[in-house]
Design a protein around this ligand. Structure first.
Ligand SMILES: *Cc1c(COP(=O)(O)O)cnc(C)c1O
Length: 382
């Protein structure tokens, strides 16, 4: 009995902490406005999606049907060739990036990977795991890859197959590398052996709604695209999606008799709940719902920039981005609002972020500024 009370207390305590942390949270790209309670019943089943979602397997407690629908949805969202796409639901954007790079390396074992300074940290780790050579390309001030540096670096290595890792929505500034410009450079240098993986962890889920369009998808020249499922769409646990071309994937698949399927994915056992949750979210939102969600974020970001600018703070954002960048904030504000901070700070207007929350955050900044001014004044007076 005693243990139960302690356990219960611990659970309640944790719940309180998690709730509180969720409510003052502006710095990371995670949506918090979901309701999956209709799916609670599924937590009673050992769902495991091991194997290739597009193949039959002997383990039947799975959600492969939903997983395929999720893949179909994103393949069409990213304008993949309807006759030549494949993909699966991963544990997150990092695993999706690993998969894109893995296929690329299998196709071109001697290739060089090019990625910009602003690339997500998972990419460097993945390149290390895969033991591929790589070169870092400079970023422009807004976080976008420096196309000139890319071109001159590629030119020096023209004889080596090129794997380009572009980012559609960088982690700090939500900069978007233009895939068609990258494709143009490869064409100009006549580098025929090439592969473009687009890391669209956050912005892939609203990329098609951005006007004017920023090229990033299959028709623009990408060979694979990855997203995180728990970022823009939102989910109680991390998840991701990788979409690639079936013809490329077929070159690396191996049949495994123990599971009666193809071992085409990185991990063996795979979370079978996350495809179901993603499927549910997509069904509920539809394309229109997704677009509305993005419009709301974009408006909030615009409001946030305007308010900060009015206060004399040098805030800015990349064109149509939902991430607002401003000079580094104090440790106290950073901790309270959980703001990711490198040499600048940022705030991400995710779907659940409201103007009211922006106002509260700005209030905190103003109080702090007033205190600072008082301190300076006191110092002068003393
Ligand atoms: C978040 C993020 C990732 C990693 O995704 P996870 O789902 O956290 O594994 C990769 N790239 C970019 C640009 C990201 O923002």
């Amino acid at each position: 009995m005693e243990i139960n009370t302690v356990q219960d207390e611990q659970i309640q305590d944790l719940l309180k902490k998690v709730k509180q942390a969720r409510d003052t949270f502006l710095g990371y790209p995670v949506s918090k406005d979901f309701d999956f309670s209709e799916l609670n019943e599924f937590l009673k089943y050992p769902i495991n999606n091991l194997g290739d979602p597009f193949e039959d397997s002997t383990y039947k407690v799975h959600t492969h049907e939903m997983e395929k629908e999720v893949i179909n949805f994103f393949a069409s969202f990213f304008r993949a060739n309807p006759k030549d796409y494949w993909g699966y639901v991963t544990n997150g954007g990092s695993e999706s990036n690993l998969y894109g790079l893995y296929i690329a390396r299998e196709l071109y074992p001697k290739a060089m990977v090019y990625y910009s300074e602003s690339t997500h940290y998972s990419v460097k780790k993945n390149i290390h795991l895969l033991n591929i050579s790589s070169i870092t390309i400079r970023s422009q001030e807004n976080g976008e890859i420096d196309y000139q540096d890319l071109e001159s670096t590629l030119q020096l290595n023209r004889h080596i197959p090129a794997i380009i890792l572009t980012t559609f929505g960088t982690t700090m500034m939500e900069a978007k590398d233009d895939v068609s410009k990258v494709k143009g450079i490869l064409k100009k240098l006549a580098i025929q052996d090439h592969y473009i993986h687009c890391d669209a962890a956050l912005s892939g889920c609203y990329g098609p709604f951005i006007e004017p369009r920023i090229p990033f998808d299959f028709q623009d020249g990408a060979d694979s695209i990855s997203i995180s499922g728990h970022k823009f769409i939102g989910s109680p646990f991390p998840s991701g999606v990788i979409i690639t071309k079936r013809t490329l994937k077929d070159r690396i698949s191996k049949g495994i008799s123990y599971i009666g399927s193809y071992d085409t994915t990185i991990t063996g056992s795979r979370n079978g709940h996350s495809p179901l949750f993603l499927w549910y979210a997509i069904k509920k939102l539809g394309i229109e719902g997704l677009e509305k969600r993005y419009q709301h974020c974009e408006e909030t970001a615009s409001y946030c920039v305007d308010r900060l600018t009015a206060l004399g703070i040098k805030a800015w954002r990349n064109e149509k981005a939902i991430t607002v960048v401003f000079p580094k904030v104090s440790q106290a504000i950073k901790e309270k609002w959980q703001l990711a901070t490198e040499d600048v700070s940022h705030l991400i207007c995710m779907p659940n972020v409201t103007k009211k929350q922006i106002d509260e955050f700005i209030e905190d900044l103003m109080i702090e500024n007033a205190l600072e001014e008082n301190k300076i004044l006191n110092n002068i007076l003393c």
